[in-house]
Design a protein. Structure first.
Length: 200
C-alpha cells in the first residue's frame, strides 16, 4: 500500500510539480480513502521525506555496484560518485525538485535535499562506509576518520546533485582527488589525526 501511494505521489510530482500534491489527490489516484493516505504517510512533509528516501535507495544501488566493481578505494569512490551524479541528472524526481520555480517547491522536497538533508546523509553514509570496509579493508583511516571522510564525500555529491555546476565526470574526479590527498596525508603521517568533533 505504501508503495502504491508513493508511486501515485511521484507521478503527480513528476508531471505537475510538488504544488499539485494533496492527500486527496493521492487517494484518488491510488483508489483508497484519504484517511488511508494519512495513516500510511502522515503529513505532506513526511510524504516528501518518504519520496526522497525511496529515491535514495536507487542511488545507493548504483553506489554499491560501482564500489564492488573497483580495484581500489579511490577509483571506487570516483566511479560511485560519477554513477550517483549521472543518475541525478536522469532522475525525473530529482530534476523536478531542483529545477522547479520557488512557488512550486513549497519548501518541503528541496529542504529535505538541502537544509534538512541530515537523514539522507546519515543513511547514505552508513551504506557507503559499510561498502568501503567490506571491499577495501584494511583502510588507511581510523574509524572516526573514515566517518568524517565518508560524510564529506556524501555531502559533496548531494550538493552537486542539487546544485550542479559542472559535468558529473569532472565533479567525481574532484571528489576522488580530494580523497586521494586525504589518504596520502594519512599514510605519510604514520599515525591517526584526530577527526573533527572526535574529542581526541
Amino acid at each position: 500500500m505504501r508503495e502504491r501511494l508513493l508511486d501515485a505521489a511521484q507521478q503527480v510530482v513528476e508531471s505537475e510539480g510538488w504544488s499539485a500534491i494533496t492527500m486527496s489527490r493521492i487517494a484518488r489516484l491510488a483508489g483508497v480513502s484519504r484517511q488511508t493516505v494519512h495513516n500510511e504517510l502522515g503529513t505532506k512533509h513526511a510524504l516528501a521525506q518518504a519520496l526522497a528516501l525511496r529515491e535514495l535507495d536507487r542511488f545507493l544501488a548504483v553506489v554499491r555496484d560501482r564500489l564492488r566493481e573497483a580495484d581500489d578505494i579511490v577509483s571506487g569512490v570516483r566511479a560511485a560518485c560519477r554513477g550517483a551524479l549521472e543518475l541525478g541528472e536522469r532522475s525525473v524526481l530529482v530534476r523536478t525538485i531542483v529545477t522547479s520555480v520557488p512557488s512550486e517547491q513549497d519548501g518541503d522536497l528541496l529542504a529535505i535535499l538541502t537544509t534538512e538533508s541530515g537523514e539522507i546523509v546519515e543513511a547514505a553514509s552508513a551504506v557507503v562506509k559499510a561498502e568501503l570496509v567490506d571491499q577495501f579493508s584494511p583502510l588507511p583511516f581510523a574509524d572516526a576518520e573514515l566517518d568524517v571522510a565518508v560524510e564529506v564525500v556524501v555531502r559533496l555529491v548531494l550538493s552537486s546533485i542539487t546544485r550542479p555546476s559542472k559535468p558529473a565526470r569532472e565533479a567525481a574526479d574532484e571528489v576522488a582527488w580530494m580523497l586521494g590527498l586525504a589518504i596520502a596525508g594519512r599514510e605519510a603521517s604514520g599515525s591517526a589525526v584526530a577527526a573533527p568533533g572526535s574529542g581526541t
